[in-house]
Design a protein around this ligand. Structure first.
Ligand SMILES: NC(=O)c1ccc[n+]([C@@H]2O[C@H](COP(=O)([O-])OP(=O)(O)OC[C@H]3O[C@@H](n4cnc5c(N)ncnc54)[C@H](OP(=O)(O)O)[C@@H]3O)[C@@H](O)[C@H]2O)c1
Length: 181
């Protein structure tokens, strides 16, 4: 599906009678300082990452089983802002707020958020080597565990949130302690 297109999202769920779990990592956005970004780019973390996930959950509502679990994708910038990324920071904070709000509205369906630090995976593999090395070095210096995370470490946390029956409205920071410092 294309999470930026409501018709595409609704068409996807039309063929699925019951939904037990939702997790979508789909997003594309521009990050930068307020002074430099035009309004479309500045809105892109909200439009793609926040509203994309909102559309997915909204389209699945009538198909969710009573013990379904939803995990929203956030990012630890929500609580420890990097330099020059204010709209991205705000979009992630909004996603964590959405998890809390939906946990109340949709109970007993559980809704949580996972909030990673910098992860050594596909996104960074597709960036320029010098940019990647500088970002990994900075994140390693900033975080308690001294290294970027791995995609499997985020997946473990998502599986926990999908399956744990007594966790809702929480945000799990898979960030090596980045948000502590
Ligand atoms: N990587 C990190 O360090 C990190 C840290 C914190 C949070 N996160 C969050 O993790 C999420 C995923 O990031 P990632 O690192 O896995 O990035 P990624 O490798 O770039 O994956 C993003 C995926 O989203 C897909 N996508 C983009 N727009 C879409 C749309 N409108 N509809 C459907 N699919 C779409 C892309 O598909 P195509 O390849 O076809 O474009 C791509 O497969 C993002 O929300 C990001 O903010 C990542």
């Amino acid at each position: 599906m294309d999470t930026s297109d409501s018709a595409s999202v609704e068409a996807f769920f039309a063929s699925i009678p019951v939904v037990d779990g939702i997790f979508t990592t789909a997003a594309e956005y521009v990050v930068g300082p307020m002074r430099d970004l035009d309004p479309t780019d500045a809105a892109s973390p909200f439009e793609s990452k926040f509203w994309g996930q909102y559309r997915v959950v909204r389209a699945a509502l009538d198909r969710l089983s009573s013990d379904a679990s939803i995990v929203l994708m956030s990012g630890a910038a929500s609580v420890r802002p990097p330099a020059a990324a204010p709209a991205y920071v705000a979009a992630n904070a909004a996603i964590e707020g959405l998890a809390r709000g939906l946990a109340v509205e949709l109970a007993p369906i559980r809704v949580n958020a996972v909030s990673p630090g910098t992860i050594d995976g596909n996104l960074w593999a597709n960036r320029d080597e010098a940019v990647r090395a500088a970002s990994f070095a900075q994140f390693s210096a900033d975080t308690v565990l001294g290294r970027p995370g791995r995609e499997g470490e985020v997946a473990d946390a998502v599986i926990h949130l999908l399956t744990n029956g007594y966790t809702t409205g929480s945000t799990l920071y898979v960030d090596g302690g980045y948000s502590l410092r």
